[in-house]
Design a protein around this ligand. Structure first.
Ligand SMILES: NC(=O)c1ccc[n+]([C@@H]2O[C@H](COP(=O)([O-])OP(=O)(O)OC[C@H]3O[C@@H](n4cnc5c(N)ncnc54)[C@H](O)[C@@H]3O)[C@@H](O)[C@H]2O)c1
Length: 251
């Protein structure tokens, strides 16, 4: 498919996992992609892999929690490729700590990386998105809708993202900017590296499809929302979880 020819895209957290798969998919569909991440080696590697296919890609160091990083990112995108058509706000960092053991600093930092960047990113690129009638996808999580012990900041941030997505969709609809979210379930990326085989099996069994998802399966949902195939979809929270959230376990 070539749905994104002549489009310019930014994917944050694209040095790894879902972000990397998304950058590869968007480029395969014709977009010029900027990989924004704090992991320089990983991000350069993904950019190189994309360029090897003949597509256009650049790595830009960016800490999504910092306003200055967004200014630098916008300058780089505009200088290299022109105005932005599509922003995928995907970068994330999670610590597993119950609420009563969480410091105020950890709370603030968690929101700064997992929630605030959608606001910072939209603000940084608003002129481009308006002029291009562009769109935004935030990568939220099923944690926005379900509790799991140890994830208070992550859940608050992801729940905040799904609400903010609806808000931004309403706020910028008259500018013809679409804003959507995807809510992945268990997806096999490096965040699963410290989960043993039994833990993975349990999570796989909790899905209706009886397996963990692949990053490419989230990337294809993001590419759909980014494309004109989703031209009448805004404010949506698209669950990509193999049915994890639709099964009732008991009577
Ligand atoms: N893997 C899953 O099971 C799963 C489930 C639900 C939601 N998600 C969401 O999917 C998204 C991607 O997760 P993943 O599993 O691919 O994780 P990952 O750890 O493989 O990738 C996260 C990327 O974010 C980058 N990053 C971290 N802090 C950053 C910062 N301050 N600035 C810029 N980049 C930063 C990391 O360097 C890394 O490249 C996240 O938003 C995550 O919450 C993942």
């Amino acid at each position: 498919m070539s749905r994104l020819v002549d489009r310019v895209a930014v994917v944050t957290g694209a040095a790894s996992g879902i972000g990397a798969a998304t950058a590869v998919r968007l480029a395969a569909e014709g977009a010029a992609v900027v990989i924004a991440d704090i992991d320089e080696a990983g991000g350069e590697g993904v950019a190189e892999k994309i360029r090897a296919t003949g597509a256009r890609a650049e790595f830009q160091w960016c800490d999504v929690s910092l306003e200055e990083s967004w200014d630098d990112l916008r300058a780089r995108v505009n200088e290299r490729f022109g105005p932005l058509d599509f922003l995928c706000s995907n970068a994330s960092h999670q610590e597993i700590v119950p609420a009563h053991e969480l410091s105020r600093r950890q709370w603030d930092d968690g929101l700064a990386v997992n929630l605030t960047p959608l606001f910072l990113g939209l603000r940084a690129f608003i002129d481009d998105l308006r002029s291009r009638r562009g769109n935004v996808v935030a990568v939220s999580s099923v944690h926005a809708q379900f509790g799991l012990p140890g994830y208070p900041v992550y859940a608050a941030a992801k729940g905040g993202l799904t609400a903010l997505v609806r808000q931004l969709a309403v706020e910028y609809g008259e500018d013809r900017i679409r804003v959507n979210a995807v809510l992945p379930g268990p997806i096999l990326t490096p965040v699963w590296d410290d989960v043993d085989a039994e833990g993975r099996r349990l999570s796989a069994r909790a899905t209706v499809l009886d397996r963990l998802g692949d990053p490419e399966e989230v990337a294809s949902a993001i590419a759909f929302l980014a494309s004109d195939d989703a031209s009448f979809i805004t404010g949506a929270n698209l669950v990509v979880d193999g049915g994890w959230s639709v099964r009732k376990e008991s009577r």
